[in-house]
Design a protein around this ligand. Sequence first.
Ligand code: TXA
Ligand code: MG
Length: 358
Amino acid sequence: MDKTGETKVFVVDKNVEDFQSCSQIVDAARLIQAGEVVAFPTETVYGLGANALSDEAVEKIYKAKGRPGDNPLIVHIGEMAQLSMVAREVPGPAQQLIEAFWPGPLTLVLPKTDQVASLVTAGLDTVGVRMPDNPVALALIRAAGVPIAAPSANRSGRPSPTTAEHVRVDLEGRIAAILDGGSTGVGVESTVLDLTVQPPMILRPGGVTREQLQEVIGEVAVDPAFEAGKETPRSPGMKYTHYAPQGEMWLVAGEEERVRAKMAAMLEQARQSGLSTGVLGTAESVRFWREHPSVDVALACGSRHDLHSVARELYGCLRQFDDLGIQYIVAEAFPRTGMGMAVMNRLEKAAGGRFLSV
Ligand code: TXA
Ligand code: MG
């Protein structure tokens, strides 16, 4: 961070022919090399990056986010040659997954090398690593010449940012720069897969689905913590309440008509207690809720027929409820298959366990 505490914003021209020589990306890479922290776009959410080989640089990430030090960061690589700088061993199934999904929203937990800064892995002997599928991110990492450690670029406890503006609201004045490459595409974070256990285990559902992983390597387990909602999660980050909007949020699952009736009753009651009310719906239901007398704000979060669109818009919608000061939010639940597993995981966190099945 420079002495004035000012956060520079570098806007990348999307029509640029060669990202590698784009001056904004080159400037951002210089800051990374100088040990500073820079927010940058990936295909999932914006990341808050620093040189993964330097404890001094990585410490600034934790400081800027207000993130607890026992929650390890994901290391991002820009080319395959950087993998051996980070991972000591790449077993067969990991190689198959890399071929199938990289660059892409899949983080592999592998045995780490000594080169990785110890603050990145919070003392673990494993490291989470991925190659992001975003031309700006790839060009930045290649120009920096080092792997980049990056958590999502939000303040701890806020939804992950899917635009540069979200990052600015959370972190302006706390980081050296924001590299603005437009909106991210996937909208929820990468899938975190632990390859040091047998069968490999999903520690966090995300942009690559369990079904997709199983097509490539066969059996894939899921951390029982978020299926049963009980045991202490193995991925250190999963135990923190993340993504929570400021209002009290409820998640309602069941057959459509019953869900609507239940939600309507809840909203009416909240309204009577003097709370401002919001509905997190979809393109299919938003008209019904906009016309409903007990609803102040109804948002369409994608389409029920395309859970990728729900994932893409989810965090932006949660932020909007906060911006509008909504105090009571009810959200429709989704099936837990495919992208639904990641979407429901994020919704459940946002709702802090307030889940109703009707
Ligand atoms: O899509 C993403 O993954 C985004 C973008 C920026 O790449 N990054 C992201 O990072 O979501 P973060 O720090 O917010 O989440 C990292 C998750 C946490 O749940 C953390 O506990 C887990 O990955 N993790 C990282 N390294 C791990 C390790 N060695 N073992 C187990 N879990 C690990
Ligand atoms: Mg995060």
